[in-house]
Design a binder for this molecule. Structure first.
Ligand SMILES: NC(=O)c1ccc[n+]([C@@H]2O[C@H](COP(=O)([O-])OP(=O)(O)OC[C@H]3O[C@@H](n4cnc5c(N)ncnc54)[C@H](O)[C@@H]3O)[C@@H](O)[C@H]2O)c1
Length: 448
């Protein structure tokens, strides 16, 4: 079978490489010529653990091209993995998807299954069916299938090779059989359903996880006021099998290319159908507030950041990825800069991408120690293992005013208790933190 992947981002490239790993020969096409050139030269355009090794192992079975006619003319199955970003009104922008599907319809020379892996609003498959029937020559027959993707960045290879489930939204038994034959090496559970339900499963799943995160973050905010410890609360909740222990880590909110846009897209779709989704709206609102929680906490110590040196540890939206889309760093750093702070940053993977947005305005550091040296405030925005493993006494050793605001609860609360610095996290109070210390820092601040 000739398989073609359209779009070589996090989903497309990982899917292509994993399909090659289970024995398929895969052609990958992208409109981004620079990305394809890199892939032809065996350079990974994205960071994803295990991707490069699996790519190199299977490179004989992978082909990367930029010629759309070549991509579409002879394929049996085309997997569409293009982006579906957010429009200003919150709805999903389907331009890339429509462009790609129109081209398949124009250039395919034999019957072809078009598999939509991109996240798309319910009903998109039906629209695509209309598009292909208008664009194609009547000799070629197309089937549109919905096969939403559930991989997580940072564990994308593992998630694909060990899929929790494969959703097949299909109109015919034949298409179901072909797709099962392709995915056979992944050893997973299938859910076979109609196309609209498959499209809804993706949004309903992502939005539920976003909701779970916003829920624990609201509980954490209440813990801040009441003195309860949200980590223990989450452990206690997580033992209940009806709740489960994942996505209960309190912090400064979710980011990335999926949860923010997928919550907004579903909310938009609901409003469009006069059916308000109040829970999803709440998840969105809570998350917006949560992202700048540390700035609000910092204002307790500094009315203004003018002239202060602020260390930021972690830039990416989560560890294990170089992706900055919707990362809290992109909301916090502009506030610090506008307020006149000198910002120093460190991230093990994300700095090159950040430099494309802020080439000169901030200082990029090679180590955590260099970042916190002489800082008046430290904000932890991503829970990289290097941060969690650092010697916490380094904060008081290196910083000018040791105020550490941990947005990802990186440190065990016991490990920071009684140490010579101010430490605040999300939903966990350090009992016995010296008020003398706070007093000293306020005095320094006034004096400085
Ligand atoms: N990133 C994730 O973790 C993830 C997980 C599950 C689902 N998804 C969904 O999968 C889709 C892709 O996400 P992503 O993160 O891989 O996106 P991405 O932005 O990383 O990659 C998209 C790629 O598609 C290419 N492209 C755009 N238009 C094209 C066209 N007409 N022909 C060929 N290539 C084209 C772009 O150049 C880019 O390389 C989105 O709908 C997303 O919501 C993403």
């Amino acid at each position: 079978m000739k398989l073609t992947i359209i779009g070589t981002g996090y989903v497309g490239l990982v899917t292509g490489v994993c399909l090659a790993e289970i024995g398929h020969v895969v052609t990958c096409y992208d409109i981004d010529h620079i990305r394809i050139k890199k892939l032809q030269d065996c350079i990974m355009p994205i960071f994803e653990p295990g991707l490069e090794d699996m790519f190199n192992k299977n490179k004989e079975h992978l082909r990367f091209i930029t010629d759309h006619k070549e991509a579409y003319s002879n394929s049996d199955v085309v997997f569409i993995c293009v982006g579906t970003p957010e429009k200003k009104d919150g709805s999903a922008n389907l331009k890339y998807l429509f462009d790609a599907v129109q081209q398949v319809a124009e250039y395919a020379q034999k019957d072809c299954i078009i598999v939509i892996k991109s996240t798309v609003p319910v009903g998109t498959g039906d629209k695509l069916e209309e598009i292909v029937s208008l664009k194609s020559n009547s000799m070629v027959h197309f089937e549109i299938a919905s096969n939403p993707e559930f991989l997580s960045q940072g564990t994308a290879i593992y998630d694909t090779m060990n899929a929790s489930r494969i959703i097949l939204g299909v109109k015919s038994f034949e298409v179901e059989q072909v797709l099962k034959q392709i995915y056979d090496g992944f050893g997973q559970k299938y859910v076979v359903t109609d196309r609209r339900s498959a499209e809804m499963i993706k949004y309903a799943s992502n939005d539920f996880l976003a909701l779970k995160i916003s829920y624990i973050n609201e509980i954490a905010n209440l813990c801040d006021f009441t003195g309860a410890n949200v980590d223990d609360v989450a452990i206690g909740m997580g033992y209940d099998p009806r709740i489960g222990n994942r996505f209960l880590k309190a912090g400064i909110g979710y980011g990335g290319s999926c949860f923010p846009k997928d919550t907004k897209a579903l909310h938009w779709l609901a409003s469009f159908n006069d059916c308000e989704l109040k829970t999803i709206k709440a998840a969105i609102d809570v998350n917006e507030n949560q992202k700048i929680k540390l700035i609000k906490k910092a204002r307790k110590y500094y009315e203004s950041f003018r002239g202060l040196t602020v260390a930021v540890l972690g830039l990416t939206f989560k560890p294990g990825t170089d992706d900055l889309r919707e990362a809290p760093s992109l909301q916090n750093i502009p506030i610090l800069l506008e307020d006149g702070a000198k910002v120093k940053v460190w991230d093990p993977i994300g700095m090159d991408n950040f430099k494309k947005i802020y080439p000169n305005e901030i200082r990029y550091c090679n180590s955590i120690e260099e970042t916190i040296k002489d800082a008046d405030l430290c904000l932890i925005l991503t829970e990289w293992s290097e941060i969690a493993a650092m010697e916490v006494s380094n904060f008081s050793l290196f910083m000018r005013n040791a105020i550490v605001l941990d947005g990802r609860n990186c440190f065990d609360i016991q490990a920071v208790m009684g140490k010579n610095f101010i430490y605040e996290s999300i939903g966990r109070k350090v009992v016995g933190q010296s008020s003398d210390l706070e007093e000293n820092i306020f005095n320094n601040e006034k004096a400085g």
